[in-house]
Design a protein around this ligand. Sequence first.
Ligand code: GAL
Length: 378
Amino acid sequence: MKAEGLAARPPMGWNSWNTFGPHINERLIFETADRMVDEGYLEAGYEYLVIDDCWSLKERDANGRLVADPEKFPHGMKAVAAYVHAKGLKFGMYSCAGTLTCAGYPASFDHEFIDAETFAEWGVDFLKYDFCYFPRTADCKTHYRRIAMALKACRRPILLSACNWGVEEPWTWMQGAGAQMYRSTGDINESFRSIMDIADSQEPNLAYNGPYCWNDMDMLVVGMYGKGNVAFTGGCTDAEYRTHFGLWCLFSVPLMMGADLRDLRAESKALLLNKELIAIDQDPEARAPYRLWDEKDGRRSYCKHLSDGTYVLAYFNPSEQDAQVNSNFEDAGLQFSAGYALELTDVFTGEVIRRTEYYNPIVPSHDCRIYKARLVRR
Ligand code: GAL
């Protein structure tokens, strides 16, 4: 176990579920691993490659062990892990606290220790641990503590990505149970509504989010454009992806990509690789942003403190019209008489502007404006 612990920063990676659902196999994993390295995702911080549900046979073997489906993974999971590791990536897999996974495959209820051993033998570095088919008479907290303990017993650093969809307010106890992240909502789907609902529901819980245990607002839908397993509502626009990725980064939560990396449009790739936004997400202090201003139609501006003494000022317009989004710097603590202005650098365009007292940009419908802000003498 690394002395400094796992997940000092929000975990970043790719997960198979959003696009591929049950249609997974080793070729997809190998090709995704290649892309993650060749196209700069690993370098940008995306290090975990995670296989979600539907990877196993429907029965355990004679020793009670989980078995990888030999049609989907003919070389076995150890070989998949070895390929992923050889690329410099970390390897993630999936099981569930209930008796079956959500898609009906065997899961780890009362098999926690033996399954953790199997994952450790295969070389797993990350375990997403879901909550379907969890017996009503069993205690949720006990079973998440148990899998955390079973993983630790393996003496291999395996990140526990708990996924109980917010049941029993995991932000208040999952950190203590030993997990490194916890899914706090039901499943995302590729729609602007789903993105905003998740962000709005988790904003009040961000004070619990921080180093070594992160609020997982679900895998990203950036770049899916209506294609794939959770893209059943027609897809999102580039402006909506900016808002989605911008909110996740502003909130300092895990960034797990969900699109097909072998077929990603340049705009989405640039967004997912935006260095400024990733640095905001990964800021060591992971402070929650607070609202400077908001309106009933969802328009809002935020300020977030960063560890290097700068700030983020972010303006979102989820309303249906292009409209002004306001901010009065007084509400961030900046008194006019103090003699400072804010120098704002647009994280998307690099444009630099200087403002005193307030900034009220016009933001297109469903889009955002995000700036790194620095105090400068007036
Ligand atoms: C859901 C989970 C999804 C995905 C799916 C697999 O419960 O929230 O992220 O893992 O199960 O069946």
